[in-house]
Design a protein around this ligand. Structure first.
Ligand code: NAD
Length: 297
């Protein structure tokens, strides 16, 4: 029997926990605030930001949305970040990526006050994560850990294969798996576009996290019986649907399901967790900045 993991259900439970902590902060006169900044005309980015804002509303977080015309110079974005850094009502700042080509991504990430960096991408927060002293775990890999915990998949002593080495998913995922901590203690292999024989690696895995952004690149032939498969990939593929596209993961679900003991679907797997963990980090940020403790699970 293969478990089809319901990411929405797990995310709902986390959001309810986070909303309860937000209420506790509110009782102490602290309203958690998340500023989202969009400097893009891309439809996908707009959708993601509005989903994040909607999640704020549902969680008792004050969502403050800022839009900057993508034709504006980089300084406009930097000035906006500076103002948000100074604003005591803002506990978390999220600049929706990607930013336009004339804006340097690294400069953006370094400009955000590390205490307000709820994405966990500032070098200070990356360093803390690697050192085993994370302040804000990046939302998607943190969400993957929550999924595995919810499904009683213990990573200790297991072989975890992460496909993808990006700064936002692959690398932090590998770093979380390798920590001497709950949800860690795994033996980790990181695969990427230059990996010589991907299938040889994935076949050795007890847990595969696919985050390459290549539709259905991992099929059942590349997996061993009993593996847990977490599909982070989301690619819009043209399709004869109302929207003209469908969302496709990195895993060929039908053949992988035959091998897996548990597997996430796309959509409805990792995606909802990413947003839930953003709410989690925002409430944590409000707690850290206000000094009002909340015991986030
Ligand atoms: P990215 O493009 O920055 O990184 C992709 C990584 O995959 C690279 O490190 C590359 O080396 C590796 N890769 C590419 N082709 C490969 C191949 N053939 N074999 C092995 N490795 C290969 O992407 P990203 O930002 O890490 O996102 C990855 C995917 O996850 C995308 O589809 C993205 O949309 C999705 N994503 C989903 C969520 C979510 O909430 N579910 C969040 C973030 C990203």
């Amino acid at each position: 029997m293969t478990t089809i993991i319901d990411g929405n259900e797990i995310a709902d439970r986390i959001r309810a926990d986070v909303a309860e902590r937000a209420r506790r902060l509110n009782d102490e006169g602290v309203t958690p605030g998340l500023a989202t900044v969009l400097m893009s005309d891309d439809g996908g980015s707009k959708t993601y930001v509005s989903m994040k804002q909607r999640a704020c509303e549902e969680t008792g977080i004050e969502g403050i949305h800022h839009e900057i015309d993508p034709g504006e110079p980089a300084e406009v974005l930097f000035d906006r970040i500076d103002r948000l850094n100074e604003d005591p009502a803002v506990h978390g700042i999220l600049v929706q990526m990607p930013v336009p080509d004339h804006v340097d991504t690294r400069t953006v990430l370094e400009r955000i006050d590390p205490m307000k960096d709820v994405d966990g991408f500032h070098p200070e927060n990356v360093g803390r994560l690697v050192a085993g002293n994370a302040r804000y775990k990046p939302c998607t890999p943190h969400g993957v850990q929550k999924i595995l915990a919810a499904c009683d998949v213990d990573t200790e002593g297991k072989d975890a294969v992460v496909v993808g080495r990006s700064d936002i998913v692959g690398k932090p995922m590998a770093n979380l798996f390798v920590q001497r901590d709950q949800g860690g203690n795994a033996t980790v292999t990181v695969c990427h576009s230059r990996t010589a024989d991907l299938a040889a690696k994935t076949r050795e895995a007890d847990v595969v996290v696919a985050a390459a952004g290549v539709p259905e690149m991992i099929d059942g032939e590349m997996l061993s019986d009993g593996v847990t498969v977490i599909d982070v990939g989301i690619t819009r593929v043209e399709a004869d649907t109302e929207k003209g596209y469908e969302l496709v993961g990195d895993v060929d679900f039908e053949s992988a399901k035959e091998k897996a003991s548990a597997i996430t679907p796309v959509p409805g797997g990792v995606g909802p967790l990413t947003i839930a963990m953003l709410m989690y980090n925002t409430v944590k940020a409000a707690s850290l900045q206000s000094g009002v403790p909340v015991d986030l699970p």
